[in-house]
Design a protein around this ligand. Structure first.
Ligand code: OOG
Ligand code: MG
Length: 260
């Protein structure tokens, strides 16, 4: 049976609106192809833009071994960052607006120029980048038990929920991104450490892959967008009262706090 993309997009948006987890799509249909999953993701974005949201950028997920092992999915995924999901400088996250949020460190590329695939290389990605900043992403799978297969998580816009962006940035070639370090802390306890090389060998490779993926759909990364390369450590629960800090070499620190 053909997959009704708009129907599943509404299903996911209702889960967001009602702050209630829902059954994985693949538990309810015979087969969900990767193409159908990206079509549901596109329909979901259409619904969000139709409500007046705008696009602030794009993201990758599952680009590190740490994340792939945590989630049991072994391929990178691509998604969108609606402007309404970008947190203000306070770093406060209203946990009550979310289902079962987790947080994770992100290396974030701020683009100065458009980047259009196919054929984009890591060097092209750096050329198009204005600056690189640290961040923390809050992910919130709309699926029960934060559990999903590859097509489910794609349809669900790669669990994207919120993102905090650091204020200190560097020029794209100011530091070696493969050795750029990150220490992730929850309430002062270190939960993970990684370098940029954890992200498919080089965070810039991730950005190039995303541009090439979008190129296949006649889309591109756009100047001014923020683009997340994916978390280099596993994600941790974010509850009311939790403070999460990502300390980066070269990029300073970013802190978020869970609020009611
Ligand atoms: C999927 C989203 C993954 C990342 O950085 O790996 C992601 C998930 O883990 O729910 O954003
Ligand atoms: Mg992420």
């Amino acid at each position: 049976m053909a997959i009704d993309h708009a129907l599943w997009a509404s299903y996911l948006l209702s889960a967001v609106d009602e702050r209630k987890d829902v059954q994985a799509i693949t538990k309810q249909v015979d087969e969900l192809s990767i193409d159908d999953a990206y079509a549901i993701q596109a329909a979901l974005l259409e619904l969000q833009l139709g409500r007046g949201d705008t696009l602030a950028g794009a993201k990758l997920g599952l680009t590190s071994a740490a994340k792939q092992e945590q989630m049991g999915v072994d391929e990178p995924v691509y998604g969108w960052v609606p402007a309404s999901t970008v947190l203000d400088a306070s770093g406060e996250v209203a946990v009550g607006e979310l289902i079962h949020p987790r947080c994770e460190p992100e290396i974030v590329f701020i683009l100065g120029e458009d980047l259009a695939g196919p054929g984009v290389t890591a060097a092209d990605a750096l050329d198009a980048t204005e600056k690189i900043v640290g961040g923390i992403e809050v992910i919130d799978s709309r699926f029960e038990k934060f559990s999903f297969t590859l097509p489910d998580v794609i349809a669900d816009n790669t669990s994207a929920a919120r993102v905090a962006i650091g204020s200190d940035g560097i020029a794209p070639r100011e530091a070696d991104l493969t050795t750029l370090g990150c220490v992730f802390e929850i309430d002062g306890q270190i939960t993970g450490t990684a370098t940029g090389a954890a992200l498919l060998g080089d965070p810039a490779i991730c950005i190039a892959m995303l541009a090439n993926h979008l190129g296949k759909h006649g889309q591109k990364l756009q100047a001014g967008w923020l683009v997340m390369a994916g978390a280099a450590t596993d994600a941790r629960p974010l509850a009311v009262g939790t403070t999460a800090t990502a300390r980066y070499s070269h990029l300073g620190s970013v802190t978020i706090t869970g609020k009611p």
